[in-house]
Design a protein. Structure first.
Ligand code: OSB
Ligand code: MG
Length: 368
């Protein structure tokens, strides 16, 4: 394909309730959406998962915008390529994977639409439905947390993840395990601990969690290898895995037993698939993480989750958990069995609602 232009948009979306992690609280999402128009008139949609602040990763909406406009678009402009080539074309830019992913995933949507096939199929996905879990932020009280957990279980979600941070870890986990002894439960620390906390993290073993996600430094694979030798709970890496070599290092050093793949963090579908394939060869199950995405990013997550080694429930859940109204039609819905049906329409299979997107747009730039 050849791209005629790309349009960058910043939209603002209010979360239905604040989302608190060990690194901060999110209320209003600023989301960079990218619309790519091909020479033959097909439109592909992408979303950067860059945050409002450089706290989860160093990227922000501002850095992603700048990198897309000044570096990534000039590398693609006027060129003929397939979606599967984009990751390698953009490789001279080091890092900035969330910026890269925004345009890379849009080209995959466009190519699937050109071919008239669902994106999941173009990527090689084999699942008709994906298993879903929820990620529940830090709550003001244990009672509030237990209520959120119960609501999610009532809706059918197959796995519960709660956020933890120092001072808010053993107690909520103990309380939940007491009330829900049989559920698939896990915790996510978002890098809030250090190896000095190993004894405390070891106490989590008593609660047979299915995993602990990213307890230590955001780019410190080595320390996780030391911690994993000391605890029974499987470690899942999120923040540490930015590229294939990180996944290889984590597997070889036995720093984790599970990997969370996020399209933004790894730079799009091609990079995600390479990590997926490497993990599959090494019997490391993967699951799809979430970044409080709009329906566009969520649709891409669903397509990616249809690949065979996404065998654990991910953080991909229904639109209505986040937004009063999503920007795609239909909204993303979860079945009573806690699954999402992979759409069968061409491309991402959910139609962006242009009227709604326009009304949420705070900034726009067209690059030709
Ligand atoms: O660590 O998985 C994370 C949200 C923002 C930044 C990091 C994370 C998260 C989540 C939310 O856990 C997952 C979701 O989109 O529901
Ligand atoms: Mg995480």
């Amino acid at each position: 394909m050849r791209l005629r232009k790309i349009t960058l948009r910043e939209i603002h979306m209010q979360l239905l309730s604040p989302f608190q992690t060990s690194f901060g609280t999110s209320n209003l999402r600023r989301i960079l959406l990218l619309e790519a128009l091909t020479a033959d008139g097909v439109v592909g949609w992408g979303e950067s998962t860059a945050g409002e602040n450089p706290f989860y990763s160093y990227e922000t909406v501002e850095t992603a915008w700048l990198i897309l406009r000044d570096y990534l678009w000039p590398m693609l402009r006027g060129r003929e390529f397939a979606a599967a080539d984009v990751w390698d074309i953009l490789s001279p830019v080091r890092g900035h994977n969330m910026a890269k992913a925004a345009v890379e995933i849009a080209t995959w949507d466009a190519e699937a639409k050109q071919k008239g096939v669902p994106l999941a199929k173009l990527l090689g996905g084999t699942r008709a439905e994906i298993p879903c879990g929820v990620s529940i932020g830090i709550q003001p009280s244990t009672d509030a947390l237990a209520k959120k957990v119960k609501d999610a279980l009532d809706q059918g979600y197959q796995r519960i993840k709660i956020k933890i941070k120092p001072g808010c870890d053993l107690e909520p986990v103990r309380a939940l395990r007491h009330e829900f002894p049989n559920i698939r439960l896990m915790v996510d620390a978002n890098s809030a601990y250090s190896l000095e906390d190993a004894a405390l993290l070891k106490q989590l073993d008593a609660f047979y969690l299915i995993m602990i996600e990213q307890p230590l430094g955001w780019d410190d694979i080595f320390s996780h290898s030391i911690l994993q030798r000391q605890i029974e709970t499987p470690i899942c890496l999120d923040e540490c895995i930015h590229e294939l070599d990180h996944a290889r290092a984590a597997i070889e050093t036995r720093s984790c037993k599970i990997i969370n793949i996020k399209l933004g963090r790894v730079g799009g579908h091609t990079a995600a698939r390479r990590i997926h394939d490497l993990c599959e060869k090494n019997s490391i199950p993967v699951w799809c993480g979430g970044m409080l995405e709009s329906g566009v990013g969520r649709a891409h997550n669903i397509a990616m989750s249809s690949l065979s080694n996404f065998s654990l429930p991910g953080d991909v859940s229904a639109s209505k958990r986040y937004w009063a109204g999503d920007i795609v039609e239909p909204e993303v819905e979860v079945t009573p069995q806690g699954t999402i049906r992979v759409p069968t329409a061409p491309g991402i299979g959910y139609a962006p609602r242009i009227d709604r997107i326009e009304s949420l747009t705070k900034r726009r730039e067209v690059l030709e």
